[in-house]
Design a protein around this ligand. Structure first.
Ligand code: F6P
Ligand code: MN
Length: 324
């Protein structure tokens, strides 16, 4: 069976050549990152880098390596006006004629690196319409404005999952020819859920409506929901959302009282927005307790947000517990 390769998909979908160059550039660099990840301890690249990022999190060597690889790849693409990364304190101006801005999380779920578990690269592409030399202000656009979003999941196989605003498609890396080939042409999240995904160890820190909602799921057949739910938590958003795109369910990382001044754990501009774009494009919903995430007007590139995403009916119910 002959499968559609990523460049062919982009050409068939009439994606603007500048945007194609960015998506193909990200795909290429992800193949190099996957090879570094596969070498693991043999390359001496596991473990801590000995520094903290702007979020106050310990950087892993591979966070820094993946960040540098993606930054260099994007900086070489004329269509990129500027970039912003989880691992960069400030936005990085690139080409003054580029029409797009790229935000990315170079290695999401990096606490999984040292246990040889799943990690991924998340990216978001926004149109540029601001100043000649980009400033942070130019990036502060609602997620709804994204021109494309996606991620690469480094798992047993390497997969690139993409939306250019025409649904969600999945590609799998053919390692023999270094090419991403389409393996799912029409990703769809069922409206009802049988699985949920949350870090249960934080239960006592959640607000009462989240405690009630999860308690009702956990009560299963005998509780108000009248059915049993399964639970999964990979501790890498990219892998948990990938499961939801593959077989449905609800994922949430709520606000909790451990850091009361922090809006949540996940970052709006390079985690929630790109993953949210994919989930909406696959027919799911993406909310905070007070509204749709893709409508949020960002105030800061590193801003955080509570996230409830996945199966449309389940997300609506979870939000309803908060709004009652
Ligand atoms: O990027 C933040 C992140 O690593 C997500 O990928 C993941 O969903 C979450 O944090 C895991 O958080 P915790 O360590 O609290 O389970
Ligand atoms: Mn992350």
């Amino acid at each position: 069976m002959s499968r559609i390769a990523l460049p062919q998909y982009l050409a068939n979908a009439d994606v603007a050549p500048e945007l194609q160059s960015i998506i193909l550039g990200l795909a290429d660099v992800s193949i190099n990152i996957s090879k570094s990840l596969a070498k693991g301890a043999l390359a001496g690249i596991l473990g801590a880098a000995g520094a903290e990022n702007v979020q106050g999190e310990d950087q892993k060597k591979l966070d820094v390596i993946a960040n540098d690889m993606i930054k260099d790849a994007l900086a070489a693409i004329p269509a990129v006006r500027g970039l912003a990364s989880e691992e960069e304190t400030d936005v990085v101006p690139c080409h003054t004629n580029g029409s797009f801005l790229v935000t990315f999380d170079p290695l999401d779920g990096s606490s999984n690196i040292d246990i040889n578990s799943m990690v991924g690269t998340i990216f978001s592409v926004l149109p540029h319409s601001g100043t000649e030399v980009v400033t942070e202000q130019d990036f502060l656009q609602p997620g709804r404005h994204q021109s494309a979003a996606g991620y690469v999941l480094y798992g047993p196989s390497v997969m690139l999952v993409l939306s250019i605003g025409k649904g969600v498609v999945m590609f799998t890396l053919d390692q023999d020819v270094n090419n991403y080939l389409m393996t799912d042409a029409e990703v769809a999240i069922p409206a009802d859920a049988k699985e949920f995904s949350i870090n249960m160890s934080n239960q006592r820190h959640w607000v009462a409506p989240m405690q009630d909602y999860i308690a009702d799921l956990m009560a299963g057949k005998d509780g108000p929901r009248g059915k049993d739910f399964n639970m999964r938590w990979v501790a890498a958003m990219v892998a948990d959302v990938h499961r939801i795109l593959c077989r449905g369910g609800l994922f949430t990382y709520p606000w909790d009282s451990r850091k009361p001044d922090q809006a949540g754990k996940l970052r709006l501009m390079y985690e929630a927005n790109p993953m949210g774009y994919l989930v909406e494009q696959a027919g799911g919903e993406v909310w905070t307790p007070d509204g749709k995430i893709l409508d949020i007007q960002p105030e800061h590139i590193h801003q955080r947000v509570p996230v409830i995403l996945g199966a449309a009916n389940e997300v609506a119910l979870c939000v309803d517990y908060h709004q009652r």
